[in-house]
Write a protein that binds this ligand. Structure first.
Ligand code: HGY
Ligand code: MN
Ligand code: MN
Length: 423
């Protein structure tokens, strides 16, 4: 037996949080540690207080609320993020945090007692869009990223992370490592096309693919676009363009799941009649296999150096993020699969193409994720959408696995929902 989640209550919270940073044409922009992020944090913390949770914030602004269990000890943690990219949607990250609040509210409403504490958390700067790398807050909290180095990271707007934290007063007193879960569960939208294509409701996530983010700077020489013969140019823009084409070629040659993205490319002086003297670009490479990801990185950098040499330009690179593939806890993954099956939800095992906070917990405690479908496989796009019926299924599976992990103690007052039924 388990407890029914209330999908209307969850959808109302998603809509309410989605009003913060809402974009005129739809979608959401709540970049990490922006004023919009601050407003979102304040709202979620208010909801945590209203649920009677014991709230803690750590030195990089990660925040979690704990519902007491019959016994003290490490909590079963449900987490994700509330920062978004600039073309964000209502669900990426927010769903995992607000579904965690819903699970706790449903436990409260049913007068449920669990042996272990249960917690809901949001982590600072999961997206890495303003401050690289991504999964920064959870990475620091779990010992994968050094706090001091992360505090000095300069954002794409020239602001240091430590100053952005201070600007919205987001840092707390709890030290790195203060959150030690018994287990970690994250509900998240798939952000890809697989579940919808196969008409399934639940992704039983087996792990996260490797991530490689590099910033490349090409330095040439500005020159007159009309008078300078092609052979005499040091065109940084042309070299960057060739690197971008090579990234696409690597993805084509390796085939799926290899992906390659040049998300940022800036040339200067960025004028119509001046040969670019500098080009700064980012390359995002990902693969489920570490050796193949390394091959892609090596091939890209070798080609980039060749293009720069041929173009009479200098070239440097800087790693923005580098995470090897991660496998989730087999037993917890089995529990997610069993819960989806028990609910009669179509499900399949699959790796995650996107990075998630869960991957930072995986080395330290049993961790797993639950995916729900993304309409048209779209995310990091203002048209991101997941149907309420799919959200309900995912949140109920989250509830069921949390009840199992936290060891529900009592039955009578339950708003019970038999397995095989859906909220
Ligand atoms: O880039 C990612 O995979 C995530 O959205 N941070
Ligand atoms: Mn996310
Ligand atoms: Mn994202």
């Amino acid at each position: 037996m388990s407890i029914a989640i209330d999908i209307e209550r969850l959808m109302a919270r998603l809509e309410r949080l989605g009003q913060i940073g809402a974009l005129p044409g739809g979608g959401v922009k709540r970049l990490a540690l922006s004023p919009e992020d601050a407003e979102g944090r304040a709202l979620v913390m208010r909801w945590m207080r209203e649920l009677g949770l014991e709230i803690t914030t750590d030195v990089i602004g990660n925040c979690w609320g704990i519902r007491a269990g019959e016994e003290d000890g490490p909590p079963v943690v449900m987490g994700s993020h509330i920062d978004t990219v600039a073309t964000g949607g209502l669900y990426d990250g927010s769903l995992g945090v607000l579904a965690g609040l819903e699970v706790i509210e449903a436990l409260n409403a049913a007068g449920a007692r669990t042996r272990r504490p249960v917690a809901v958390a949001f982590f600072t700067n999961e997206e890495g869009a303003r401050f690289a790398p991504d999964m920064m807050g959870s990475g620091v909290a779990q010992g994968a990223l050094p706090l001091d180095e992360m505090l000095e990271v300069e954002g794409i707007d020239g602001v240091r992370l430590r100053d952005a934290l201070a600007a919205i007063d987001a840092a707390g007193r709890a030290p790195v490592g203060a959150l030690k879960p018994h287990s970690y569960l994250e509900l998240h939208i798939e952000q890809g096309p697989v579940l919808e294509t196969e008409e399934l409701q639940i992704g039983v996530v087996t792990g996260v693919q490797g991530i490689s983010w590099t910033e490349i700077t090409v330095t040439g020489a500005s020159a007159h676009a009309g008078t300078t013969p092609m052979a005499l140019r040091h065109d940084a823009g042309a070299v960057a363009a060739r690197i971008s084409v090579e990234a696409q070629q690597i993805a084509a040659d390796h085939g799926p799941p290899q992906v390659a993205t040049v998300g940022r490319m800036r040339v200067s002086p960025d004028l119509v009649n001046v040969v670019p003297q500098e080009a700064v670009m980012t390359v995002d490479l990902r693969h489920t296999d570490e050796a193949t990801l390394q091959k892609a990185e090596t091939r890209l950098w070798r080609a980039a150096q060749d293009f720069a040499r041929a173009g009479g330009c200098a070239i440097t690179r800087r790693t923005l993020a580098r995470f090897e593939p991660v496998e989730f806890d087999p037993a917890l993954v089995d529990s997610v699969e069993a819960a989806a099956h028990a609910r009669g939800l179509g499900h399949r095992r699959m790796p995650s193409g996107a990075g998630h906070d869960a991957q930072m917990f995986a080395p330290n405690c049993p961790s797993a994720m639950i995916f729900v479908p993304s309409q048209d496989g779209v995310s990091h796009n203002i048209h991101e959408y997941t149907a309420p019926s799919d959200i309900a299924g995912g949140a109920q599976v989250l509830m069921d696995v949390v009840c199992q992990q936290a060891e529900l103690q009592n039955a009578p007052e339950f708003q019970t929902i038999e397995t095989g039924q859906l909220p």
